[in-house]
Design a protein around this ligand. Structure first.
Ligand code: 7PJ
Length: 279
C-alpha cells in the first residue's frame, strides 16, 4: 500500500490515519434562524473543518440515511458542484464526492474533486467506466440492499466474510475496467443494511478488512449503532461515542475516518498515530 495517494494533484498522506470531514449539502443540513444561504454555509463549514484538521472533505448531495428518498441528477449536481468548485479554489484540501451517480462523479472531478466515494461501490450502470476515466482514487463501500429499505431485515451468515467477498468482487470489476489498484479504497459500510451486532462484528474484525491490502475508510460518526450501545442516546449526544469508535477503528487499521466532528477526532487520531509510531 502506497503511503502517498495522488488525488488529482493533491497528495494524501496515508502513513497515519486521517480525517475526512462530512460536508452535507442537502437543504435540511444548513438552516440557521431562518436565514438560508446553503452554498455559503457549506463553504464556511468546509473552511472550519479544514482548519480543524480534515485532510479530505467529502461533499454529498444525496441522503443515503435509512429510509431516504432518491434525489434527481440535476438537483444533486446543483447542490454539490458549486460547493466543490468554491472549496477547491479556496482551500488546499482534497475533495471527495459522495455520490452513486456517474454523471455527478465526472462533473465533480471536473470541478476539482480528487476522490470518488460511492456507497454503492460503482454498481450503477456506467459508474465503473466513468470512474476509470476520471482517474482519481475511489472508495468502494459495502451495502446490503438499498437505502430506502436496507434496515428492514439485514441478514448474513458471516457479515465480515460476506463484506470481504463483495469488496473483492467490486475490486475485480474495477481492475478489469482499468482502474488502477493503487486508486482503490474499501469501506465496510457501517449502518448500511446491518444490525448492531453486524456493525460491532465489523468493527471488532476490522483487521480482516485491512488485510485486503487497500486503505480502509470507516464511517461511524453519530450513527445509530452508537445510539444503541449508549442506551438510545439521541444523535446530537453521540460525540464521545463517535470519537471512541473512530479511535478503535484507526487502532485496528482504518486509514481514513469519515466524521462530522473533525477537531476532536483529529486529536484522537494523533494519539493513535503517536502510539503506533513508537518502537
Ligand atoms: C458513509 C458514507 C460511510 C462512506 C455515508 C451517514 C450516512 N461514505 N456516506 N462510508 N456513510 N465511505 O454519514 O450517516 O460509512 S452517509
Amino acid at each position: 500500500m502506497s503511503e502517498r495517494l495522488d488525488c488529482a494533484g493533491r497528495l494524501l498522506d496515508l502513513s497515519k490515519p486521517q480525517v475526512m470531514g462530512i460536508l452535507n449539502t442537502t437543504p435540511d443540513s444548513f438552516s440557521d434562524g431562518g436565514v438560508f444561504f446553503p452554498r455559503d454555509a457549506a463553504i464556511a463549514r468546509a473552511r472550519d473543518m479544514f482548519e480543524a484538521g480534515a485532510v479530505i472533505i467529502d461533499v454529498g448531495g444525496e441522503s443515503t440515511r435509512p429510509g431516504a428518498q432518491p434525489v434527481s441528477l440535476q438537483e444533486e449536481l446543483d447542490r454539490v458542484i458549486p460547493v466543490i468548485e468554491a472549496v477547491h479554489a479556496e482551500l488546499p484540501v482534497i475533495l471527495s464526492v459522495d455520490t452513486r451517480k456517474p454523471a455527478v462523479m465526472s462533473e465533480a472531478v471536473r470541478a476539482g474533486a480528487g476522490m470518488i466515494n460511492d456507497v454503492s461501490a460503482l454498481q450503477q450502470e456506467g459508474a465503473v467506466a466513468v470512474a476509470a476515466a476520471c482517474d482519481v482514487p475511489v472508495c468502494l463501500m459495502h451495502m446490503q440492499g438499498e437505502p430506502r429499505t436496507m434496515q428492514k431485515q439485514p441478514h448474513y451468515d458471516d457479515v465480515v466474510e460476506e463484506v470481504i467477498s463483495f469488496l473483492n468482487q467490486r475490486i475485480d470489476s474495477c481492475l478489469k475496467a482499468g482502474i488502477r489498484r493503487e486508486h482503490l479504497l474499501v469501506d465496510p459500510g457501517f449502518g448500511f443494511g446491518k444490525t448492531l451486532r453486524h456493525n460491532l462484528q465489523l468493527l471488532n474484525r476490522l483487521p480482516e478488512i485491512a488485510a485486503l491490502g487497500f486503505p480502509v475508510v470507516v464511517g461511524i460518526s453519530r450513527k445509530s449503532m452508537l445510539g444503541k450501545v449508549l442506551d438510545e442516546r439521541p444523535v446530537q449526544e453521540r460525540l464521545y461515542g463517535s470519537i471512541a469508535a473512530a479511535t478503535v477503528a484507526a487502532w485496528l487499521g482504518a486509514s481514513i475516518v469519515r466524521v462530522h466532528d473533525v477537531g476532536p477526532t483529529a486529536d484522537a487520531l494523533k494519539i493513535v498515530a503517536a502510539a503506533k509510531e513508537v518502537d
